[in-house]
Design a protein around this ligand. Structure first.
Ligand code: ZN
Length: 160
């Protein structure tokens, strides 16, 4: 079986940044199970895995455009503290959910001065080129329910 749309793929991966520092890895824990073709993982990694089979190992460098996006200086908001109802303390680095025209979006608190809060809507990995070492551990057909939901069910996945 080969990696293709509507397959559930189990991978072990190690993510390093351009300086070679490990940023994330599944090593030492269960492999990551994802549903291929549904945007469960970044586009560049999906592309690199198409046609691969169990046991294949790949090494791929993914530019920001196919990872978490280019850093967008415009994607910031300046808001007043009074807008954060129900949040006791606003700390730098915390994530805030905000309703936008495109739906709910996560912003990270970048700066707080006085009553002013600067929020950054860029992903923490925006602008980064990501290097992945990936090994395909298992491939199976997705169930119809998984396809309908657009994500994996079963062990290691949340059921809903
Ligand atoms: Zn579901």
């Amino acid at each position: 079986m080969k990696v293709d749309n509507k397959k559930v793929v189990a991978i072990h991966y190690t993510l390093t940044d351009t300086s070679g520092q490990v940023m994330d890895s599944s090593s030492g824990s269960d492999p990551l199970n994802y549903l291929h073709g549904f945007g469960n993982i970044i586009p560049g990694l999906e592309e690199a895995l198409v046609g691969k089979t169990t046991g294949d190992k790949i090494s791929v460098s993914i530019p920001p455009e196919k990872a978490y996006g280019v850093y967008n200086e415009q994607d910031k908001l300046q808001v007043n503290k009074s807008q954060f109802e129900g949040i006791d303390e606003i700390k730098i680095g915390m994530d805030i959910q905000t309703k936008t025209e495109q739906g709910v979006k996560i912003y990270r608190v970048e700066k707080v001065f006085g009553d002013t809060v600067i929020l950054d809507g860029n992903h923490t990995l925006a602008g980064e080129t990501l290097n992945f070492e990936v090994e395909v551990m298992d491939i199976r057909d997705a169930s119809q329910e998984e396809v309908d939901h657009g994500h994996v069910h079963g062990p290691g996945a949340h059921d809903h």
